[in-house]
Design a protein around this ligand. Structure first.
Ligand code: C2E
Ligand code: CA
Ligand code: CA
Length: 708
């Protein structure tokens, strides 16, 4: 960065404005001696006239002048766009501290007091000029930097590396809540006020910049304000080097960016950062005052993902803003909060989750009442671009009486209660209790155990026979994962498969089952020849598509086990298929070209049309067992099954009925033309030895069923 070069070349052009001739002359003489180009003006009108030419780099402006005062000149100057960032140093009587405050408020960059201490004045002028020029240089090369320095509102600093003294501009000090004389000139004035969590990062960036002297320095960090709070600051600077490239000074600006940091950009509500800080303070208060109880509410919008997908991101954002307004005005409305609590803070943590901190409540019932009112406030439809959208919300609550030390724990517990309520479906407002945390912890434990189970080979495969209904015969097996936990015994796939899916472990588990099932099937082909089952069905989850190359993995397993691809059929649930549309489609196309078939599992539980799935060349439809269970009971169950079977056959697809538990179901399905079935009526999933036995004995072959 060519800052040093520009400092050498440039001569600052200054305007000295003072009604006293004596002062004007004294000041301009000293400044001219120092190499500045100096012009003078004797009153405000003259000054403004001259300044409109735009040829000055800095103004020394007397505060007290007859007619137009220095402050008035300043405000007019700041109102002129082209002059809004011209450095202005006010000249004022030593005792006029009110003037100083006002001048800084009007956008003065600095001030000096009369009688003028010339070395100080010249140092300050130099600081402002070099900053101005540095900014101008940077502006050419670094648009971003210049844009962020909003001139008058930033505090300035200038660090002389050789003396290790820093000039802090009055604005710099006032950003931190201090008067000019309250802060010395040591670098520690800055460094010691940096939040402990940020200090290391800032110091490292600073030494790196000092070492290289190139580019500019920038950091965002918290600084301790005189009022005891931490403010977010953006500190920028650039090194000034001498002819040999040695860094002699570091100068830059400081801006308070707390507002931008703590507000949620979309709704303007406090964001996570600020909210966590408030929670932290509430925790500390509850530690001091035993009678102080507060509640944390986490409110999640129901089905927001669906809304997001169908409305598009922009409209969904608009909807979130409307929701936040309603929540806010509900809380502000006198009856929602004031009767039960002493105050509230509404924040948005991101996505569709809002949080409310309820201050000073009596007990849980206050929090529950507020939660119900918040839900009530969302009841009326929202208007999004002329469309009526109905929203509802679920709320999780936790109370400070549970005993917390960290804000994160409160948030976690309230979220546990929220998810519990969502999963449960019976209640929309749930209060956290420690048993919930235990359940959450035990799920976490299960996750760890599952990881170990994979390594320790605790996972095995069970086989459930698939029977043809026409002439009864064993036509194949479905492979189902089984987990024998060392202490808890058998754990159901409906418990561990969802965990595996959430954590990504499903890829490993899927591979284990697939490999084992293929190896077994290949063995049976060799061992039993014509008697061997025709097909091995293996379940595949959504997480096995995507980035992961499922087709390549299947190919490798087929090669390794020597299984004929036509003997393998993958089962993919309707919902998986819909959620993974893009990636599933390509993977399935490749699998098909390899000769591997696939079935739609749990058909009827999603909302896709069979003809759509057929176009994607599914070979088989497995009718979900909930439909089979409702058959024959006089309601529409049989009709649904009849319709699905007719349509599937029409499209040339195979049909398997799942969950056949009674002879009546088997008979009815047969009458409806269903070709294959699976269920406890025939056999539960069995271990390898038992499956072997079924192949040898073929227990269903001779069975005849009387249709009464
Ligand atoms: P699914 O794919 O629908 O598998 C059929 C489930 O229904 C099996 O439960 C089976 O034991 C059960 N079932 C079979 N016949 C009957 C019956 O007549 N009545 C009743 N009530 N149930 C019957 P399981 O083994 O507990 O597996 C549950 C689910 O876990 C499976 O549902 C499947 O979605 C998933 N799963 C199991 N193994 C794997 C696997 O290796 N990979 C993947 N991705 N998912 C698996
Ligand atoms: Ca299945
Ligand atoms: Ca199924």
């Amino acid at each position: 960065m060519p800052i040093s070069a520009s400092l050498v070349k440039r001569r600052g052009s200054l305007l000295v404005v003072d009604d006293s001739r004596l002062n004007r002359d004294a000041l301009s003489r000293r400044l001219t001696q120092k190499g500045f180009l100096v012009e003078t003006a004797a009153n405000g009108a003259d000054a403004l006239e001259r300044l409109s030419s735009g040829r000055y780099d800095l103004v020394m402006l007397d505060v007290e002048m007859p007619g137009m005062s220095g402050l008035e000149v300043l405000s007019r100057l700041r109102a002129t766009h082209s002059q809004s960032e011209l450095p202005v140093i006010m000249v004022t009587g030593r005792t006029q501290s009110r003037d100083i405050v006002e001048a800084l408020g009007c956008g003065a960059n600095d001030y000096v007091t009369k009688p003028i201490d010339f070395p100080v004045a010249i140092a300050r002028i130099n600081t402002h000029l070099s900053h101005k020029w540095a900014m101008a240089d940077l502006h050419e090369s670094e648009e971003r930097y210049a844009a962020a320095v909003r001139g008058a509102n930033d505090g300035l600093w200038d660090w002389n590396i050789s003396t290790n003294k820093v000039y802090w501009s009055p604005r710099w000090k006032s950003l931190l809540g201090y008067e000019d004389e309250e802060i010395g000139n040591h670098p520690e004035e800055w460094l010691s006020r940096i939040h402990l969590d940020d200090a290391k990062r800032v110091k490292e960036a600073l030494s790196a910049h000092l070492a290289s002297g190139a580019g500019y320095y920038e950091s965002e960090h918290r600084m301790l304000h005189a009022d005891g709070t931490y403010r977010w600051m953006r500190c920028r600077g650039a090194a000034v080097t001498d002819g040999t490239g040695r860094v002699t000074r570091l100068a830059g600006s400081l801006a308070d960016i707390t507002e931008a940091k703590v507000a949620d950009a979309l709704t303007g509500l406090p964001n996570r950062l600020l909210f966590m800080d408030l929670l932290d303070r509430a925790i500390k208060r509850s530690e001091r005052r035993r009678d102080y109880v507060f509640a944390l509410l986490v409110l999640g919008l129901d089905r927001f993902k669906v809304v997001n997908q169908s409305l598009g991101v922009q409209s969904a954002d608009r909807l979130l803003v409307s929701v936040s307004r309603r929540l806010q005005s509900c809380l502000r409305g006198t009856d929602a909060v004031s009767r039960d609590t002493s105050g509230f803070t509404l924040a948005r943590l991101g996505g569709d989750e809002f949080t409310v901190l309820l201050d000073d409540i009596n007990d849980a019932s206050d929090a529950i009442r507020v939660a119900e009112r918040l839900r009530g406030a969302l009841r009326a439809p929202f208007d999004v671009e002329g469309q009526q959208i109905f929203m509802s919300a679920t709320v999780g609550i936790t109370l400070s009486t549970t005993g917390y030390e960290r804000p994160e724990d409160l948030l976690q517990d309230a979220a546990i209660a929220l998810h519990r309520a969502k999963a449960d479906g019976t209640t929309a407002v749930e209060l956290f209790d420690p048993a919930m945390r235990e359940r959450a912890v035990s799920r976490l434990q299960l996750e760890t155990d599952l990881r170990n189970a994979i390594d320790n080979q605790e996972l095995t495969v069970a086989y459930q026979p698939i029977i043809s209904l026409g002439p009864r015969a064993l036509i194949g097996f479905e492979a189902l994962a089984r987990w024998h936990h060392p202490t808890r015994g058998h754990i159901s796939p409906s418990e561990f498969i969802p965990i595996a899916e959430d954590t990504g472990m499903i890829r490993q588990i899927g591979k284990i089952v697939l490999t084992e099932a293929c190896r077994q099937m290949a063995n049976w082909q060799r061992q039993f020849g014509r008697l061997a089952p025709d097909v091995m069905c293996v379940n595949v989850s959504a997480g096995q598509f995507g980035q992961h190359d499922l087709a390549a993995e299947v190919q490798a397993i087929l090669t390794e086990t020597g299984l004929d691809p036509s003997k393998l059929k993958l089962e993919i649930t309707e919902s998986t298929f819909v959620s993974e549309l893009g990636s599933a489609e390509t993977a399935l196309a490749r699998l098909r070209s390899m000769g591997v078939e696939w079935s739609i599992d749990d058909f009827g539980t999603g909302y896709s049309s069979l003809s759509y799935l057929h176009r994607l060349e599914a070979n088989t439809v497995k009718i979900d067992r909930s439909f089979i269970a409702r058959m024959g009971s006089g309601d529409k169950g049989s009709e649904m099954v009849r319709a699905i079977i007719a349509l599937a056959l029409n499209l040339g697809m195979n049909v398997v009925a799942e969950g056949v538990e009674t002879v009546e179901q088997a008979v009815e399905l047969q009458t409806l033309g269903c070709e294959n079935a699976q269920g406890f009526y025939f056999s539960r999933p069995v271990d390898l030895a038992a499956a072997d036995g079924m192949i040898t004995s073929q227990p269903w072959r001779e069975e005849t069923v009387r249709i009464s």
